[in-house]
Write a protein that binds this ligand. Sequence first.
Ligand code: C2O
Length: 503
Amino acid sequence: ATVTYDFNVTWVTANPDGQKERPTVGINGQWPIPAIHVNVGDRLVVNVLNLLGNQSTSLHFHGLFMQNATHMDGPVQVSQCPIPPGARFTYDFVVDQPGTYWYHSHIHGQYPDGLRGTFLVHDPHSPFKDMYDAELVLPVSDWYHDQMHNLRAILISKANPTGAEPVPNAALINETQDLSIAVEPGKTYLVRMVNIGAFAGQYIWFEGHNMTILEVDGVYTQPAEASMIYLSAAQRCSFLLTTRNDTSANFPMVASMDIDLFDQMPDDLNWNVTGWLVYDAAKPRPDPAVLAAPFDPFDDMALVPWDNQTRFGEPDHSFALDVVMENLGDGANYAFFNDITYTSPKVPTLYTVLTAGDLATNPAIYGGHTHTMVLAKDEIVDIVVNNRDPGKHPFHLHGHNFQVLWRSDDDAGIFAAANTTAAFPATPMRRDTVVVHPGGNMVLRFKADNPGVWLFHCHIEWHVQSGLVATFVEAPLDIQQSLPALPADHLAACAAAGVMVEG
Ligand code: C2O
């Protein structure tokens, strides 16, 4: 089937924590913005009309592979030009993956201003479909009282030489601090959780209830029991939650922001948000019993994919990316992979691929500041991340998920293949976003079977702004041959930006 959404992107006013009204990016005059629902195999058409007036926009569909549709992936200056105020732009692609995703703006740190929502792909053939009675969708997030363009100016300034990230003002569940979920006794729910936040990872638990994890980032897993989970920005998890057999009490669910990420702790920061499983609306909603660290969430490295996909063979290509934060000549702090802090090209990288002919296989033509790595069709690729920074980073790859072969503890230094490759799992879990520990390292492996231009970046939006981004140009000659002609609205967006692209 074809599923169509018409999204007019507009400013609205919102005040989700009751502390401050602020301009927020909504859709069709509403915020929170709508969830997208499709079935596996559907074609999705999203007609965007940018009515913001003062800002350009774009949409990215996080975790979807965009096979033969890399031009629909959404990141601005990567696979499209910005959608200027007043313009229309249609995203049109086939969804072939089941599971829990989200969509968000992918321009200049805009999504934490509100343009972020859930994207659910329903699977009539799910191996778990007979195991639950109903579904619940629960995004968690952080929230800022100030707009991103102001906060970004503070982040990247010589007044902030350490690069301390703005600390969120609040945590939200379902974009609110006052969520009551009416549940029935003796039922099993499939709960889909997504961290749609900008910065904070979240510890999540339900008092008096356990979870059975069935999916992370769109990958079905062997069922795994957990009493607490951790979701970094952009990660998803779905799990079974079975309600109790009586209605004598209601139960808190808590999302607690990971304060290890914060360089500063404002006095008034309330880093928890509580929602409630409400069995009986006439009964009170109790406060959580436990709110103190240290938390001990389920370790996602222990997950095994449902399909038991085995580890890909030895890599044809291995890229070591060292993560460093450093000041530049302007006194501000930037983030680097090796010695490169990403800055956007004038012409979207995809359009350079399309116009470069045989030269498209030469990484140098994309500009060193885009940190472009060119991949050959179907090669096996390793990304070795060495985190030389004392912070955690949730790394995300567009267009793929990756097998997580290795993740060290904190402060393990540079990855040492000789000591660790023997510990690679036979059936590694796969995700599209994974956290590297402070001072630690990890090894991610994927097969370059999806021609396209795909970003690899930290999903902390502050670190995207400070340059912790690299580009994979995958099978560029295949892109040239098989990508459909660019639609007129894509060309018009570039014409409006003064970028000449051949159709
Ligand atoms: Cu959620 Cu570049 O992505």
